[in-house]
Design a protein around this ligand. Structure first.
Ligand code: ADP
Ligand code: ZN
Length: 799
């Protein structure tokens, strides 16, 4: 095999790979990282194929290998190709997902003298200048020459001098930015001392150091002896101790306070679930299971034991959880079951931590990798089981190129490796449940809660019709029922969560009298208000209409823009319940790495009576003292201009409702809405997923929405909105022409329309939504001009 197909790290490479010659004597294997010439530059690349004949006639040589061993497995390369083909992303972007953190580096070019015996008299002045800048026999960085002589001039001079065999180029990768982790240690110093002659605190520290003999991490010494830095400094001044920086291995999981846990005795439903998954593991059948079970039904226990079963069979596992659910509690639960055999991967780890974990995973040091979306690319060898918890979560979709969905990637990876996939959710994605109904996935149901007691009832959910409140003269954001319940709970020393979905706030328009929401006639989605020109606009198809004076339904002049933010809610709450202590939890108050934990801990420690929050409070909060959950308005998510608004609302309400009644005192949920009869709200109140699904799937079928079709969102961004609109219109014509030319039918193009978030970081955005089948294949041959992005299978049309 003398030729290598290389995926090159350059945006110019787009979705192509390039052919290179493997130089004589160089050992190059598939999956290996190499340095290759690319135009004027030298770039990193990964070998994705070896061939006996090149794909093009004229091939350059590979310059060097970066790593002696392949970095990417054949399975991962196949996965990267699939991602590139399906999501239409550059191959290198897809390959990069599988590379170790911090891999991407620039190659630095050096030049040196090619021979020592140059006759300076024969050289031009510029050539001499270059030689003068090369110290002795050594080399100089090309950048340095460019700084003095200019880029263009250097480039042509160096090229001609290389041709004349005066100079040679060499390449090296820029140094890794990852530094070894250092920690402060304290240890005994030269002087001999006696603890009895020291003040008490210094004595305690001195004793610890004497006992240990080896250096002790300062953080640990401080904790163990209860001393401060000034105490230690005093000991250092006496010459009895010394501080030193030592290199330590990064370990994201601290096992110090984790006690090993043992498998629980299953309930019958869990046992059935386990048996089904276990038999697939034993027969190595790459089945996909969808496990539906409300929160607290014991899904995680099934994951843990299924993973343990895979390990027993000599295999390994990956478990994905949403980023927000990757709390110390979750990690601890896994770490306790697989002590020292769990790796954690998520974006909040430092690059160094990610780097260390990646290499240890690759060496097979962990039974289980737990992490958020990108952990699906962990180089876990012998993959036997992939678990995706909360599989319906939208955060599994990457929101920049490659726009992959971790669930889709997991299914593909399982196909390549023979691994079993276990998806779990209380409210499965409509698409997943549809597949389970079709037999594509195998459905497993955990029908009951196991906490606080087996078969514990789900909390009672009450729907409050806010139109009635208005009629009764109550203009507050709290209905009579909710404020009564809040007062009752606070007086009884119980805790309350108030949930507000802020996204899309104040963009839709609703009649305060009859609850009617203005919708697009074509798309059925709510119209959004555009401040400019006071018009209503459909964000899917671009339909526009002036804001009417009266409600088209009841003719009363009560149309209002609705929605309030969490800050407003905080004020109102303070005003309405002056004696309750409250705490706000949303992305504005979350700043540092730990602040989620801080807010949660405050609430768990009963430092507040009421927790006010957005989406975040919906996930994974398990606080027994919470007896009341109030959904201030279910309408904000219900009225998002997206066909998935109903699904999203149902999921959110179900999750929020799952927060109440985790303790012995039971729970109650109050949902305030202007649309009390909406099927998503009704079904959520009854905890009835199946009836929600049936209604929803019927609508999807009727309106030709996924899973009956596939969507692609094509977005153009530009600083000038008129340019945006023109480009988008031209693109639509181009796509229509393409369809006609290739005889492709059954693809609708909706739009162009301004995106829901019309302006982002100073750029306007217009979108086209394609609806049809095989959209990747349709779009694949089209090279979209600069400024366009394609999102295949978007999870949201309102981004
Ligand atoms: P889910 O993942 O569905 O929300 P979990 O697995 O977290 O459910 O279970 C909820 C709680 O019930 C946890 O505290 C867990 O330890 C406990 N639990 C789960 N299964 C059992 C069981 N078979 N026996 C006793 N307790 C259980
Ligand atoms: Zn429309």
């Amino acid at each position: 095999m003398n030729y290598a197909e290389v995926s090159v790290n350059s945006p110019a490479a787009r979705r192509r790979s390039f052919s290179y010659t493997v130089p004589e004597g160089m050992d190059v294997r598939v999956g290996q990282a190499v340095l290759v010439p690319f135009g004027e530059k030298v770039l990193q690349g990964v070998v994705i194929e070896l061939n006996a004949i090149p794909a093009v006639e004229d091939t350059k040589e590979i310059i060097d290998v970066i790593t002696p061993e392949p970095l990417v497995s054949l399975q991962h390369l196949a996965l990267a190709r699939w991602i590139s083909d399906y999501y239409l992303s550059p191959i290198f972007d897809a390959v990069a997902l599988m590379l170790p953190p911090g891999f991407e580096r620039k190659a630095v070019t050096f030049v040196n003298l090619a021979r020592p015996d140059v006759d300076l008299a024969l050289l031009s002045e510029d050539q001499r200048k270059i030689l003068e800048m090369i110290p002795g026999q050594d080399r100089v960085e090309l950048k340095k020459l460019e700084k003095t002589l200019g880029k263009k001039k250097t480039s042509s001079l160096v090229s001609s001098m290389v041709r004349q065999n005066l100079l040679a180029r060499t390449y090296e990768l820029a140094p890794v930015r990852i530094k070894p982790k250092k920690e402060l240690y304290i240890t005994l110093a030269g002087n001999v001392g006696r603890a009895s002659e020291l003040p008490a605190k210094q004595a305690a520290l001195f004793r610890l150091l004497t006992e240990r003999k080896v250096p002790v991490a300062w953080s640990e010494a401080r904790r163990q002896t209860g001393t401060t830095k000034s105490v230690a400094d005093a000991l250092v001044r006496r010459g009895l101790a010394v501080f030193q920086e030592m290199e330590v291995r990064r370990e994201p999981i601290s096992y110090i306070n984790i006690q090993a846990s043992f498998p629980l005795a299953f309930t019958p439903a869990q046992q059935d679930a386990f048996n089904i998954v276990s038999s697939a593991l034993h027969s190595a059948k790459p089945d996909v299971f969808l496990m539906r079970g409300v929160t607290g039904s014991g899904k995680t226990e099934v994951y843990l034991q299924a993973l343990a079963e895979a390990v027993k069979l000599g295999k390994k596992g990956i478990c994905l959880v949403p980023e927000i659910a990757l709390t110390p509690q979750t990690i601890e639960r896994f770490a306790a079951r697989f002590p020292h055999r769990v790796a954690v991967l998520h974006s909040r780890l430092s690059l160094g931590e990610q780097y260390d974990e990646w290499h240890r995973i690759r060496r097979g040091e962990f039974d289980v990798v737990i992490g958020s979306r990108s952990a699906i690319f962990a180089p876990q060898p012998d993959l036997g089981l992939i678990v995706i918890d909360e599989e319906h979560e939208w955060t599994y979709k990457q929101d920049n190129s490659p726009y992959y969905h971790a669930r889709a990637v997991a299914l593909k990876l399982a196909g390549l490796t023979g691994a079993v996939v276990l998806l779990g959710s209380a409210t499965p994605d409509i698409d997943s449940f549809y597949k389970a109904q079709n037999g594509e996935y195998k459905l497993i149901t955990l029908p009951e809660r196991v906490v606080p007691t087996a078969g514990a009832p789900l909390p009672r959910v009450e729907i409050v019709d806010m139109r009635e409140e208005l009629k009764a003269g109550n203009l507050s954001i709290f209905s009579r029922s909710l404020s009564h319940a809040i007062n009752g709970a606070v007086a009884a020393g119980e805790q309350v969560i108030l949930f507000l979905n802020r996204r899309g706030a104040a963009t839709f328009i609703q009649c305060r009298s009859c609850g009617f929401v203005l919708r697009c006639r074509r798309c059925e989605v709510p119209l959004s208000q555009h401040i400019v020109g006071n018009v209503l606009i459909c964000h899917q198809c671009g339909y526009k209409t002036p804001v009417p004076q009266v409600c088209p339904n009841c003719s009363r002049p009560r149309l209002k823009f609705l929605g309030a933010g969490t800050q407003k809610l905080e004020q109102e709450t303070r005003y309405a319940f002056p004696r309750a202590r409250q705490l706000r939890w949303d992305s504005d108050v979350i700043t540092s790495k730990t602040s989620h934990e801080v807010v949660l801990k405050q609430f768990r420690d009963r430092q507040a009576d009421i927790l006010i929050g957005t989406q975040m409070v919906a996930k994974g909060l398990d606080i027994p003292a919470v007896t009341l959950v109030g959904v201030v308005s279910a309408d904000t998510s219900l009225n998002l201009p997206d066909f998935r608004a109903g699904e999203r609302t149902f999921q959110l309400l179900s999750q929020v409702a799952g927060r109440a009644g985790r303790g012995p005192s039971g729970g109650r949920v109050i949902i305030q809405t202007f649309s009390p009869d909406h099927y998503a709200i009704q079904a959520a109140a009854r905890h009835d997923y199946v009836s929600f699904y049936e209604q929803e799937i019927a609508f999807r079928r009727q309106l030709h929405n996924p899973p009956f079709t596939q969507l692609a969102r094509v977005v153009y961004t530009h600083t000038n909105e008129a340019v945006c609109q023109r480009e988008a219109e031209e693109m639509k014509q181009r796509l229509l022409a393409e369809m006609a030319a290739r005889g492709i039918g059954g693809v609708d193009i909706v739009g162009p329309a301004p995106a829901f978030i019309r302006r982002l970081r100073g750029r306007f955005r217009w979108q086209l939504v394609l609806r049809g089948t095989n959209l990747s294949a349709f779009l694949s041959p089209l090279a979209l001009p600069h400024g366009w992005t394609v999102d295949i299978d978007p999870v949201s049309l309102v981004q």
